[in-house]
Design a protein around this ligand. Structure first.
Ligand code: FHN
Length: 606
């Protein structure tokens, strides 16, 4: 949110708080006066500390569980009403079948707590309009329309309070059921003449008042379904202000307004919301300078599908948690409970495995801040707490050593986190360190104590002070090998990927993203430039430039057969002067899905 809009909003809130005070609105606490950066930090602090939360998508869609008329519906479970083209009157009948007698709020909360999660975000209402709580605004809710007749949110919020877990709610702006919401689903034949969107907004606000005052205080209100044209920036701003007035300390995501920009999660500009919401992805470089949270499914669906067995491994999700924390973000990991009220066993098993790792390494994630390194010379991540670096090693280096560059601090001591936490920590000699200027080498044991992620602690003589200038020197033959893993990636989608025939900059779906290397030339002269790329047929013919200073070479990406079949392109030659210079690769056109997979650039002296 730009400073201008923040100031504007602050004055509005201030003005409103005067009105509120004079009007003496009974339920609403005094509206949040102008919020200073320090006040905002105080409000956000628990959420930033938490790092890890449980997302729960639950509702009538768990009954069909992805199947309709005897065949599988497309897409995610909670979209079945739309994807199976179910008329409202038919979908409503699912309520009579929703009787989750195995629902146990305390068990769900314990599963989350044991996984190391600090907050739970559950769907109070998804796009289908069905309410998991006892609302006075409609009978289309769990108390009036189902045989279950228990207030799920009341039970879950109570269990969260008992377990000291923040209770948070997901609430959909989009509503395929309510007669005043427009646009309708394409096959919904109900008349629209009398539809009144202002009346729908008031309905939604009344529900939100119930949710905040009856089940609150809430940690987060997680809005979604903001993409229809009927929902505007003005409505979003009004709703943000309304909820903050009901509960000034609440946190609200950026989908209350129009600033989400698809799955990328956050666009700069005049939009409201306290954090960005990348979905099913982790921004390559985080979202520097803002709060953000990646939400992710464990398989491929948010709401339960009986046929979705494509589960991510616990190892993958542990490394996602570490990756996100190393970029300064939060991880909201989803479960889709069944119609009987149970979290699927594969989810429970994975959460238990994640919790086992978190219990041993909690301090290296919770309450930490983003890595100070722009890159690491080992396969892993880094998080920070004060003067302490937590180096998470995914694949154990063959030479049993971690080598850090650019450390201006004095490296004081190093050890395995597991040893520091053990009762015999006092006797630990730590890990041998050798520092040569800003290069630090830590000797490791021959084998990784934890194959998923071993945490090595490096204590510095002060807050991390890192020189991130990373340059490539020429090899023995005088050539420069600019590898994808050593590139600086600029933008939010392109990122380094490896494994399965890949060792490249991939996901280059935004032509505005670009790649660079800094090279240190000790032998000036002319160099032939070659670039190794791959592109599937649907992405061939993207045009690109390679630039070094004022010199520019151009090329076109050929179809190479697949995203892993490489081809080396001879692009021409450039002159290198002595010293540091930056070589960039930028897209001029992107006719297809992505610009290219870029494996590297080689400069060979003539
Ligand atoms: O349409 C929803 C979807 O069902 C799910 O709730 C995700 C979770 O963030 N949000 C929307 C898609 O972006």
């Amino acid at each position: 949110m730009s400073r201008r809009s923040l100031v504007a909003l602050s004055f509005m809130l201030l003005a409103l708080s005067c009105l509120t005070a004079s009007a003496g609105w009974a339920q609403a606490q005094s509206a949040p006066a102008a919020e200073t950066p320090r006040q905002r930090d105080t409000r956000m602090n628990w959420w930033r500390e938490a790092r890890f939360g449980l997302f729960i998508h639950w509702g009538l869609y768990a009954v069909p569980a992805g199947q309709w008329d005897g065949k599988p519906a497309s897409g995610t479970g909670e979209w079945i009403m739309r994807n199976a083209k179910i008329p409202v009157s038919d979908y409503e009948k699912l309520a009579a079948q929703f009787n989750p007698v195995k629902f146990d709020a305390r068990r769900w909360v314990q599963i989350a707590k044991d996984a190391g999660m600090q907050y739970i975000v559950i769907t109070s209402k998804h796009h289908d309009g069905f309410c998991l709580f006892d609302t006075r605004q409609t009978d289309y809710d769990v108390m009036d329309a189902t045989p279950f007749k228990r207030d799920i949110l009341a039970e879950l919020s109570q269990a969260c309070r008992e377990a000291d877990i923040k209770f948070c709610l997901y609430h959909s702006i989009l509503d395929w059921h309510h007669p005043d919401f427009l646009p309708r689903l394409p096959w919904d034949t109900r008349p629209t003449e009398d539809a009144d969107f202002d009346r729908y907004t008031k309905y939604m606000k009344n529900e939100l008042r119930e949710l905040v005052t009856q089940y609150g205080p809430l940690g987060v209100l997680w809005f979604d379904g903001e993409w229809e044209g009927t929902w505007t920036h003005d409505r979003g701003e009004d709703l943000y202000r309304y909820v903050r007035e009901l509960q000034p300390g609440i946190i609200i995501n950026n989908r209350v307004d129009k600033g989400r920009a698809g799955m990328a999660g956050l666009t700069v500009g005049e939009f409201l919301g306290d954090f960005g919401t990348p979905e099913q992805e982790i921004p390559a470089n985080g979202l520097p300078g803002v709060d953000w949270e990646s939400c992710m499914t464990m398989n491929d669906t948010w709401g339960f599908r009986s046929d979705d067995h494509n589960w991510k491994s616990a190892e993958t999700m542990i490394r996602m948690l570490i990756d996100i924390a190393s970029k300064g973000g939060n991880f909201l990991l989803n479960v889709g409970p069944t119609a009987e009220g149970e979290i699927p066993e594969p989810s429970v098993e994975r959460l238990a495995a994640i919790g086992a790792w978190v219990r041993e390494n909690d301090e290296s994630v919770r309450g930490t801040t983003a890595s100070p390194f722009r890159r690491l010379p080992f396969d892993g991540r880094c998080t920070v707490r004060g003067h302490r670096l937590y180096l998470h090693v995914f694949n154990w280096p063959a030479d049993h050593a971690l080598k850090l560059e650019g450390v201006r601090n004095k490296a004081v001591s190093a050890d395995l986190l597991s040893r520091l936490r053990s009762p015999s920590a006092r006797r630990s000699q730590g890990l041998p360190i050798r520092q040569d200027g800003t290069s630090v080498r830590i000797e490791l044991p021959p084998r990784a104590p934890d194959k998923v992620a071993t945490v090595v602690v490096l204590d510095l003589d002060g807050p991390p002070n890192i020189d991130n200038t990373f340059f490539i020197r020429s090899g023995a033959d005088g050539s420069f090998e600019l590898a994808a893993k050593d590139a600086d990636v600029h933008g939010q989608t392109a990122r380094y990927e490896h494994g399965g025939g890949k060792d490249n900059i991939g996901y280059w779906t935004d032509a505005g993203d670009w790649v660079s290397w800094t090279l240190r030339c000790e032998k000036p002269g002319e160099y032939d430039v070659a670039m190794t790329v791959a592109a599937a047929a649907d992405s061939a013919d993207a045009e690109f430039t390679v630039e070094v200073g004022p010199q520019q070479l151009e090329g076109r990406v050929p179809a190479t057969g697949s995203w892993t079949e490489r081809k080396t392109l001879e692009l021409g030659r450039v002159k290198l002067a002595a010293g540091d210079q930056v070589l960039t690769v930028k897209a001029k056109t992107k006719p297809g899905y992505a610009v290219m997979n870029l494996f590297g650039v080689k400069l060979t002296p003539r």
